[in-house]
Each structure stands twice: as C-alpha cells, then as structure tokens.
Design a protein around this ligand. Structure first.
Ligand SMILES: [Zn+2]
Length: 538
C-alpha cells in the first residue's frame, strides 16, 4: 500500500515537473548518460563520429579564445572549454527537436561564451649587476708599471612595458585582479639580478551567470532561464569534459586539454578558484593537495551538487567531497568565508575535507585515513592514493628535477595541438611551463651543455629556429634536455652543470605568446613526453 502511494506521488511530481519546468530537462537527462560514456552523437556507442564532433567543438572553443596579452599568461586559466559549447548546442538542438548536431553556428556561440579580458599597463624593471675583473696598468711606489686586477660591477637596467590582466569576465562570473609591487633578487656566479614588478596579490571573484543565461536565452529562445536549465547545461559540460572514469578513452585525446592534464585527471574544466582552494586548503591542513583532488574526483567526479546513495544508516553523502550530514556537523568549515559552512559549496567542501583528513591522520597513515574517510573501503583508499601518486610524479620515475622551481602550471602538454599563433595543427615536442619572466631555470639533471643560443630578443619569432634563446644539456645514455624561449642564459657550450644549477631565466623569445619554459626531453634524438620523467613539484 505504502509503496503504491509513493509511486503515485512520484509520477504526479514528474508530470508537474515536466509541464512547469520544461520537457527539455527530461530529453537532456536521457541524453546525459550517453555523454558520460563519451557518446556525443547518441548512437549508444562512442565512435569516430563522436571524435570528429568533439574536434569541431574543440576548434570552436579554441578559436574564440582572445589570446594571451598579459605577461603572466593568467588568461589561460579562463579558456573556454569545448564541453560548454557542446552542452548549450545540445540543449538547443534537443529543444528544437532538430535531432541534429552540430548546430551550424557554434563558432558564434563559442564567441559569446568565451572570456573577455581587461588590462592595465605596468613595468618590469630588471637590474643586472655583473662583477668583472678588469686589468689596469698602475705605477707602484718604486716607479714600475704593474698590472693590477680590479673588480668592477657593470650595471644594466632594462625596463619592460607589460600588460597585466585586471578583469576576466567569464560565463561563470568575473575575476578581479589586484597587484602589489615586489622586488626579488637572484644571484649566481658573478651575476645579481634584481627584478621589480607588480605581482598578483589577490583575485576576487563575483559569481554571475548573466552571460551564460543570456546565451541560453538567445539560443533557446527563452524569456528566462531557470536554475534547472542552467544546472543541467553545466553538468552536461562537466560530464563531457572532466575525464570522468566512465569515458576514460577521452583522457589524453590529442588537443583535448590545454591546461593541467596530469597523470590522467583532466583539470581543464575546473574553476580556477577550486584549484586555488585545493592548494590553499592542502597547505593550511598539511595535506598533499593532489590527494584532495583525487578524493573529489573519486567521490563526485567533480560534481559539487552530487548526492550519493544512502549509507547503512540511511544518510545521503553530499557535494563535491561527499560528506555525510553527521560528519559535516563536526568537520564542516566555511572555507570561502561567506558566513555559512555548506557541503554543497565546493570551496567549503574542499577545506572541510582537508581538515577532516588531517584529523584522520592522513600524514601518519594515508591508507588508513582514506579508508576511514570512505567509511571502510581499502579499494577506495588505494584508488585515491594511486591517482594522487600518478599526479604527483606524472606517472613516471620522477628522475628529472623540475626545471622551473616554484612554477608548475602546465600551459600546454606534450602531443598534437593547434598552435596558439599559427593556428596550424602541429606536434608539440615538449611541455610548456608557465612562469613570469626572469624566473630562474635549472638543469633537470647533471650533464654537459652542448648547445647555447643566447642572441635572441623578444619579438623575433624565427630567432633560434623558433626556440628563441635555448640550452641543450647532454646527460649521457642518449638522454638530452632542452630549455627554450629563455630571456637569458648563464652557461656556455662545454660547461658541466649540476642538477638544479641555474642555466638561464624564463622569457618569451622565439615563437612564443607569453613567458614560459618550453621543456623537452629527447631520447636518442627523439622527443618524448617529459611528464613521466619529471618530479612534479608545487
Ligand atoms: Zn612549447
């Protein structure tokens, strides 16, 4: 009896829901399962057609990106993900019941969804002091002419005019940058470099889906956008883009991710403030932030609205980190400082998970702590640990030192890609690591310097064969590493260098859109993916 009543209520609810909020949700919900399996065309199986379709959306999203103008390449954080273009288009096609994808003007759609940037002028002042020994003739007290050596300091001052990102207006809201002046000094051998520049001191974020809603209204011909419409579109975008385990074949697809794709989990669709929160919460509670990312991935596939199945006591796990209400009552933290600790607020969830894991003793016994976090599953603990490990060392032996200490954002991974300047399809022979100009670059391993190009100035795209200023180090056994687009070099051909020794500084010489290190690993002359060889540090 009870069951029947329940069923009737549910059926009635579905009908009311369908009439009031809209049938589209039901259509798309039916489709959602397919998207999660990587099947974009809805043919029940992912196929070549899906891949071609994904490529179309990827190209539309890429071409809508306004490019990098700021010296610190912050813009790359806000690149539009193809999944969102796809999700809006899918929704629109389903609504029109055209049953056809792609909708013909996805480039236009991507332009409307793409980020818009505002900049301000600033300067970077670089004072380079080089100690030199000069020989001078002097007459000593006995009247004889002698040669004396004297140490002199040559000073060179360069002032670069640069643009700094001030606001990034995105589909999910606006990011506001504030800066403060900072002076740093680097010293090696006979050289001291003093750099004075404005650095990011804070990023404020004001959430607003106004732009996204405008696009949805326009494309779906709606008067207003309901929360459900928007949520469904965002979830479809997430599902299409987060490397959910159900469509593992997407991971590592050529050109699929241009931002943080490490060890199999694709971060490219995650809001930048989440990544920041993973890192900050990890620091605050002394938890490896990669473990936090892996927990979020395994718990909810990065879905902040996820509600899990009931546990033994009938409680439902909630949000990004899948907290049970009873656990949340004790460990829930207001991570973003909005005055409320909410398990469905992803920032709160991240901080709370870090806190809870630290209480569970993640540093003493990670496996046991994760076992307890999951409510008693070693399989879960092992999965989280293995994911976080592969992220930590890029899945490899980690034998090479990270070449840009303190800067580890991968702005472009190894593999086929669309070149940011030429728009041409090409193969990217290395990884690009984003870092401001003049940050030291170190040798990834001890070896002998075999090539140094150091005459290139920024702006000359073809200098150094496109590499700009670069250094190649031979490590023996056929292993070489290459460091390109350098501002300056501080080694000569034939020098023996030690692992971790400064060999130059980050720049943007040669074919480059902004300061970064292009790092290659070559084995017997052939470039290989450097990530498995690198020790990943944050
Ligand atoms: Zn590169």
């Amino acid at each position: 009896m009870r069951n029947r009543r329940l069923r009737i209520v549910v059926v009635v609810l579905v009908i009311v829901f369908g009439i009031l909020i809209g049938l589209p949700i039901l259509y798309i919900s039916a489709f959602f399962g397919n998207v999660a399996m990587g099947d974009l065309t809805g043919s029940n199986e992912a196929n070549e057609e899906d891949e071609a379709l994904r490529q179309k959306y990827l190209e539309a999203a890429e071409s809508a990106f306004p490019g990098v103008k700021s010296y610190n390449a912050e813009e790359l954080k806000y690149k539009l993900h193809w999944g969102l273009v796809y999700a809006v288009d899918l929704y629109s096609a389903e609504l029109e019941r055209s049953g056809e994808l792609p909708y013909n003007n996805i480039r236009r759609l991507a332009e409307r969804l793409a980020p818009k940037f505002e900049y301000k002028d600033s300067t970077i002042t670089i004072v380079t002091e080089t100690k030199k020994i000069v020989e001078k003739e002097e007459v000593d007290e006995t009247g004889e002419t002698v040669i004396v050596q004297e140490e002199v300091v040559e000073t060179e001052t360069v002032v670069d005019e640069v643009l700094l990102l001030v606001t990034a207006d995105t589909f999910r809201g606006t990011y506001f940058y504030s800066y403060e002046w900072e002076t740093v000094e680097y010293e090696w051998d006979n050289t001291k470099v003093t750099i004075t520049q404005e650095v990011v001191s804070g990023i404020d974020f004001k959430q607003s889906y106004e732009r996204l809603d405008d696009v949805i209204k326009r494309y779906l011909d709606m008067d207003r956008v309901s929360e459900d419409d928007r949520t469904l579109i965002l979830e479809t975008a997430f599902s299409a883009g987060t490397g959910n385990e159900h469509f593992g074949f997407l991971i590592g697809m050529p050109g699929y991710s241009n931002y943080l794709n490490i060890g199999g989990i694709d971060f490219s669709n995650l809001p930048p403030e989440w990544i920041q929160a993973f890192q900050d919460a990890g620091k605050r509670y002394n938890v490896d932030w990669m473990i936090l990312v892996a927990v979020a991935f395994v718990e909810s596939s990065f879905n902040p609205n996820a509600v899990g199945p009931p546990n033994r006591t009938g409680e439902l796990a909630q949000g990004l980190m899948q907290f049970l209400p009873s656990t949340w009552a004790i460990y829930g933290i207001d991570g973003d400082g909005d005055g409320k600790a909410d398990p469905f607020n992803p920032i709160d969830a991240i901080y709370s998970a870090a806190y809870y894991l630290s209480v569970l003793g993640i540093n003493e016994d990670p496996r046991q702590a994760l076992y307890r976090y999951s409510g008693g599953s070693y399989a879960y603990a092992d999965r989280v640990l293995s994911l976080s490990q592969t992220m930590t060392v890029g899945g490899g032996s980690g034998q090479l030192a990270w070449p840009v200490p303190g800067h580890s954002r991968i702005t472009s991974p190894f593999g086929p890609r669309v070149h940011p300047i030429t728009g041409q399809r090409s193969f990217h022979n290395g990884v690009d690591i984003g870092a401001p100009r003049h940050v030291p670059v170190v040798a990834a391993e001890s070896g002998r310097v075999v090539t140094v190009v150091s005459h290139c100035r920024e702006g000359n795209q073809s200098c150094g064969g496109g590499y700009g200023n670069y250094v190649v180090i031979e490590h023996g056994s056929g292993l070489r590493t290459l460091y390109a687009h350098l501002w300056s070099t501080s080694v000569r051909v034939g020098d023996d260098v030690l692992r971790g020794q400064i060999i130059g500084t980050v720049g943007s010489t040669g074919r480059s859109t902004g300061p970064h290190l292009h790092f290659e690993v070559r084995i017997n002359g052939s470039p290989v993916d450097p990530m498995p060889y690198l020790q990943f540090v944050y």
